[in-house]
Structure formats: structure tokens, C-alpha cells
Write a protein that binds this ligand. Structure first.
Ligand SMILES: [Zn+2]
Length: 261
């Protein structure tokens, strides 16, 4: 009971005494004669193993430990095969070897495909979490919570002041949920982010160039700066609304995504 399945199966095959088994063995011998030198049919399989090993090496980027272990194993397998490491003795059941080598190659291919899907999912996640500055060439002229005669009780966003007509881009990937003129906010656009339950609001634009329902990605142009609504000069007022509710201080959210306005 301690022997591995492979030798057990070889014994079973040898002890078969039916005519059908004998014919099968004869057929296998004939097949071997046709293919001349040792183990030629499996060279394609060995090639597949090498390809799989190479693919795994490039596909795994997320987990250093797994990457090292997996690619190390597959390289060892591949090297063993190509250096003639198989024991092609007279007792060797080549049909069994080929069948199991094929199964092994299929398993490696399935593992590679699974890794590619996982890697793509990770890339999508990283992409959705990437934030960028909404404008460039700006000075911060108003932070969250500050008070003045214009804002009264407390400023509800972060002000990026710069030349009128500056390009405004989406901070992160999301869906446009509002494009309109809205009182103090002037020309306003709102986005529901993909990766987290946050609504981003832009105010005072001179022009909006997106439509409700449109999906945007980080860095995509969505409008131009202006001074529409309750504003004393061209700037972009940015609000961050967790869950679409009251505005929160935008700066910690920027910082969480490695953006420092
Ligand atoms: Zn403001």
C-alpha cells in the first residue's frame, strides 16, 4: 500500500492476460517502432512545459513568495525534461508517462490561466484606486473648514486656483452622475467613483465636457476651469462626499491615494 499509483498500474497492465490486452501492447510496440528513438512524442509536451514556465515567470507580479516557489518548480520540471532526466528504461510505461505528462502540462496551463485572470483582476483594482490631481498649474487658495465672508460657516471643499480655461481631469475612475448649473457651485459635475463609495463634485467650471452616465478614468478631461457661481476668481472647487452625503475634508482622501495637492 506504500507504493505510488504509477508502478501499481504498470503491474496491472503486465498481468492482464486477455487477447485484447496483448493486442493493445502490440499496438503500442508498433507505435514505438514508428517513432524511432526514445520518447519523441513528448517533445511537444516538453515544449509546452517550457512555454508554461516562461509564461508563469512573466504573469506573476503580485506575490513574490508564490512567484519564486512556482516558477522555481516549473523551471526544475522543464530542466529535468530537457536534460533527458526521464528514466527511459525497459520497464518504463511510456504510454502512462505521456498520458500523465500531458495531464501535468494541462494542469500547468490551467494554473497559468488562473494566474492571468488573478493578475488582471489585481491590475483592474490598482487602476480603479489610482487618483491624480484634477488640475495643474494651481495654488491652493482655500482648504476645507476654513471660514471667510464668502463661505460663511466653513468651506466645504478644496480650492485649486489657476488661469481660467485650465484643463480639469477626473481624479479617479467613476461614472458621471450630474452635469448642471447649480447656484453657488456654478457649472457643476459630480462623479460616483468605481472603487469606493465616494462622490466627487467639481464647481465653478467655465465648461463641462462630459454627460451623465458617462464612465471616465483617472486623468480623463471632463471640463475647464472658470469662475461661475459664487466665486471671486477662476478656480476649481473640489468636494468629496462619502456615500454621496455631506462633504468631508478632501485632503485625507487625496493622501490615502498618494496625491498631495
Ligand atoms: Zn471652494
Amino acid at each position: 500500500m506504500s507504493s505510488s499509483p504509477a508502478p501499481k498500474r504498470r503491474l496491472d497492465v503486465r498481468h492482464q492476460s486477455t487477447e485484447r490486452a496483448a493486442q493493445a501492447r502490440g499496438g503500442r510496440r508498433a507505435a514505438r517502432r514508428r517513432t524511432s528513438s526514445a520518447f519523441r512524442p513528448s517533445m511537444a509536451t516538453i515544449g509546452a512545459l517550457a512555454l508554461v514556465a516562461a509564461g508563469l515567470g512573466s504573469a506573476i507580479i503580485s506575490d513574490r513568495t508564490d512567484s519564486g516557489t512556482l516558477s522555481g518548480d516549473y523551471q526544475a520540471l522543464s530542466a529535468d525534461a530537457s536534460s533527458g532526466g526521464f528514466d527511459v528504461s525497459r520497464d518504463f510505461d511510456r504510454e502512462l508517462l505521456e498520458e500523465q505528462t500531458k495531464a501535468q502540462a494541462d494542469q500547468l496551463l490551467a494554473a497559468q490561466q488562473e494566474l492571468q485572470v488573478a493578475t488582471q483582476a489585481k491590475a483592474d483594482e490598482l487602476k480603479a484606486n489610482q487618483w491624480v490631481l484634477p488640475v495643474t498649474g494651481y495654488h491652493i487658495t482655500g482648504r476645507y473648514g476654513t471660514t471667510n465672508s464668502l463661505w460663511g460657516k466653513g468651506h466645504s471643499g478644496l480650492d485649486f486656483a489657476g488661469p481660467s480655461g485650465s484643463t480639469i481631469v477626473a481624479i479617479a475612475s467613476g461614472t458621471v452622475i450630474a452635469v448642471k448649473y447649480s447656484g453657488n457651485c456654478g457649472n457643476m459635475t459630480q462623479f460616483q467613483l468605481d472603487a469606493e463609495d465616494l462622490v466627487i463634485m467639481y464647481c465653478h467650471q467655465s465648461r463641462q465636457v462630459v454627460k451623465v452616465g458617462q464612465h471616465v478614468v483617472a486623468g480623463e478631461v471632463v471640463g475647464y476651469t472658470g469662475s461661475t457661481g459664487r466665486s471671486t476668481g477662476p478656480h476649481l472647487h473640489v468636494e468629496v462626499k462619502p456615500g454621496g452625503g455631506h462633504s468631508a475634508d478632501p485632503e485625507p482622501y487625496f493622501h490615502d491615494h498618494n496625491v498631495y495637492p
